[in-house]
Write a protein that binds this ligand. Structure first.
Ligand SMILES: NC(=O)c1ccc[n+]([C@@H]2O[C@H](COP(=O)([O-])OP(=O)(O)OC[C@H]3O[C@@H](n4cnc5c(N)ncnc54)[C@H](O)[C@@H]3O)[C@@H](O)[C@H]2O)c1
Length: 424
């Protein structure tokens, strides 16, 4: 065993590695290289675990990122992993991976792999992320980071200690118009913020005959709508407005039993369909969040209104290439919400398309997310969202559940939830 001490990150790094093969030595050299010199590392090799909805979205992004962002060396799609070996083999071929496997642990320990990309059901994130971190890999993980804040802190702290780069799958905040909204709020162009109204509503479980799945089991999904949809909204709200300080939550399960897809037997749904939350932010404004997986008719209803003293912003992910802006600076007889279409003036849009109003899609947001990760690894730029953000979101999600159980407000100030955070 070999002990390396380093301080090229803002935090100090202590990494213990077993040096047995040349590949591992190379890997350690890369991990401990000063960030400025990491530009030398090209074509990072990815091991992607999971071939479902998100596995496919990540594969598309990994293949596209070097075409869209020419300064980013295209990653190498080294190995595609799935518990279903024949699916892994078939899709590895179709998606352009060099190899396939059904053994995720071997991928974490493969000295050839630089980045482990986790797109599996929620309960597997902890074990997979910790194994990847132990092997010194950078880790890209779908939300939620873990099933509980306790586990999320363990993962975040392990990654920080190992000095690996991390990224979360909070893709919606990568929208060029969300960057624009954030800039407008930060520059004061809509004035002091009075209130936030956020929703993330979908209807994928509105039909009671939709069969049981892993998302409905506490041990596999964790929370329900909160884990699946609410995590995106919490992250979005803090990205735009800064930290929350307190939450008051109410959870409801509308359909408490569903049929098992194989046996047909009715099974208990173990988590909530709807979460309704009152929220306070440290900047002084109030807010509400409504999160639902049974909102009939809503397909990707991540929406917000932000009301300020000089104007307001309104966004709806179902119309993700539009943001609506109201300004008190307009002449009184011409005031009203104006719709701004996404275009090359907005951050990152021009890399995809030179023409305004032509529109980006959800997979383009994943391309931006992957670009952020690769840039973070190659040049040391901070990544939003990383595992610290993923952990913070999990802390707030847990606090909303605790608030529902206790029937009172729960303090989510960073200093209260995690007093050691400042020392890391
Ligand atoms: N960022 C987003 O917008 C977004 C959208 C959907 C899902 N997600 C997240 O992505 C993750 C995956 O969700 P999904 O919808 O793709 O799920 P899914 O059920 O479609 O796919 C999960 C995949 O993991 C594989 N898998 C399961 N156990 C495995 C194991 N032990 N080893 C290897 N592979 C295994 C399955 O075979 C399947 O291919 C979840 O954490 C979910 O919350 C994020």
């Amino acid at each position: 065993m070999f002990l390396l001490k380093n301080s090229f990150h803002s935090y100090s790094v202590v990494a213990v590695f077993a040096l047995s093969r040349q590949g591992e030595c190379d890997h350690i050299t890369r991990l401990t290289m000063p960030l400025g010199r990491r530009n030398a590392v090209k074509n990072l090799k990815f091991g992607l675990i999971g071939t479902g909805f998100m596995g496919n979205a990540h594969a598309i992004a990994l293949r596209s990122v070097g075409t869209v962002f020419e300064d980013i060396p295209s990653p190498r799609l080294h190995c595609l992993v799935d518990a279903n070996a024949s699916n892994a083999a078939k899709l590895a071929k179709a998606w352009g991976f060099e190899e396939s496997s059904d053994d995720w642990l071997a991928i974490c320990n493969d000295p050839d792999i630089d980045v482990v990309d986790i797109c599996t059901p929620n309960h597997l994130h902890k074990e997979m992320a910790l194994a990847a971190i132990r092997a010194g890999k950078h880790v890209y993980c779908e939300k939620p980071l873990a099933l509980t804040a306790k586990d999320a802190r363990l993962i975040r702290d392990s990654a920080a200690k190992a000095g690996v780069v991390t990224a979360m799958g909070f893709n919606y905040m990568c929208n060029p118009l969300i960057s624009k909204a954030r800039q407008m709020i930060a520059s004061g162009s809509i004035g002091d913020i009075y209130s936030f109204r956020g929703c993330y509503q979908e209807d994928y479980l509105a039909d009671p005959s939709t069969p049981f799945g892993w998302r409905l089991l506490r041990k596999q999904g964790g929370a329900g709508a909160l884990a699946d949809l609410g995590t995106h909204l919490i992250n979005m709200a803090e990205y735009l407005l800064g930290p929350m300080t307190a939450v008051l939550g109410s959870l409801t399960t509308v359909h408490d039993k569903r049929a098992d897809p194989i046996t047909g037997d009715l099974r208990d749904v173990e988590n909530e369909d709807i979460a309704q939350v009152l929220v306070r932010f440290s900047r002084g404004c109030a807010g509400t969040m409504e999160i639902s997986r049974v909102a009939t008719g809503k397909k990707c209803g991540l929406e917000f209104d932000i009301f300020g003293s000089k104007g307001s912003l309104a966004f709806d992910q179902e119309r993700m290439n539009e943001i609506r802006i109201y300004s008190n600076d307009d002449d009184p007889d011409e005031r009203g919400f104006r719709t701004i279409l996404a275009g090359p003036e907005h951050p990152d849009y021009a890399a995809f398309c030179p023409a305004p109003g032509h529109g980006l899609g959800i997979n383009d947001l994943k391309v931006i997310e992957v670009r952020n990760l690769l840039r973070g690894i190659l040049s040391g730029d901070p990544i939003y969202s990383d595992f610290a953000n993923g952990c913070r979101v999990q802390e707030i999600s847990d606090a909303i559940e605790a608030s529902h159980q206790q029937g009172n407000w729960v303090d989510v100030s960073e200093s209260t939830l995690d007093p050691n955070r400042k020392n890391q």
